[in-house]
Design a protein around this ligand. Structure first.
Ligand code: NJP
Length: 227
């Protein structure tokens, strides 16, 4: 009866790497993203249905977030950790991204994260569980590139608001704020970035603390990153 770790944005990058580390640490994982084929392949790579469950999830849809948490409870019996990690970027200039791209990015990075956490709170209160959100270094200092930074500043504020809201419930809140990580988030490869597993290990560090310790934020930059 291992604990249950729900991850959005689990089909790729930081989310998939965290799924591997969580299973290694003894959790059963519930994987949410839109790409069913990738999630199914990840379930197999993680050892099959006794370790992992794939739930096709679009975090911008409230019902999908409710269904993700319900599937975790129905299949594995509880929800102990929720990692609201789904998101994507917009690295180009203010006039280079389309208004539609901004619309989807704000919905996903901000409202999607809020929906995931909201759907999970009742289950997490029952287990005195742990909420983690993927913010960014771009959510602590303004970086160039249109509107992405704004979405992650919103996640930074959301994380602290959730922490205060859940104070006294036994639920812990951690904001994971990465610098550059080598994932499909970028369309240009670079050797100067972190690996997704570097962030996954930070996530597992936060959740492996004693119950009275709440690691509220972790910044992780590659050593070569200046800004
Ligand atoms: O990127 P990637 P990362 N509903 O592209 C999913 C933040 N971050 O791991 O739905 C549900 O490998 C998508 O799955 P799919 C970043 O802002 C990154 O780097 O199947 N899921 C995929 O699994 C983001 O919050 C860097 O397309 C949705 C995942 O999101 C988080 O890290 C730096 C979705 C994206 O995986 C993970 O990004 C930083 C939706 N509507 C913060 N839309 C960095 N890489 O440098 C997308 O500071 N997904």
């Amino acid at each position: 009866d291992s604990r249950v770790f729900v991850i959005t944005g689990a089909s790729s990058g930081i989310g998939a790497a965290t799924a591997h580390r969580a299973v290694e640490a003894g959790y059963r994982v519930v994987l949410g993203a839109r790409s069913k084929d990738k999630l199914d392949a990840l379930v197999e790579a993680l050892g099959g249905a006794s370790h992992a469950l794939a739930v096709t999830t679009d975090v911008t849809k409230w019902e999908d977030n409710e269904a993700l948490i319900a599937a975790a409870q129905d299949t594995f019996g509880s929800v102990d950790v929720v990692f609201a990690n789904a998101g994507f970027g917009a690295a180009r200039g203010w006039l280079n991204e389309t208004p539609e791209h901004w619309h989807d990015m704000v919905l996903t990075n901000v409202l999607g994260a809020a929906y995931t956490v909201r759907a999970a709170i009742p289950a997490l209160k029952a287990t005195k569980g742990h909420v983690l959100l993927t913010g960014s270094v771009a959510g602590r200092k303004a970086l160039p590139g249109s509107l992405y930074s704004s979405t992650k500043w919103a996640v930074t504020g959301m994380s602290e608001s959730i922490r205060q809201d859940l104070n006294g419930t036994g639920v812990r809140t951690t904001l994971i704020s990465p610098g550059g990580v080598e994932t499909p988030f970028f369309d240009n490869p670079s050797q100067d970035r972190l690996e997704p597993d570097d962030i996954a290990r930070a996530v597992l560090y936060a959740v492996s603390q004693p119950p009275h310790v709440d690691i509220n934020e972790i910044f992780v930059r590659p050593i070569a990153q200046e800004g």
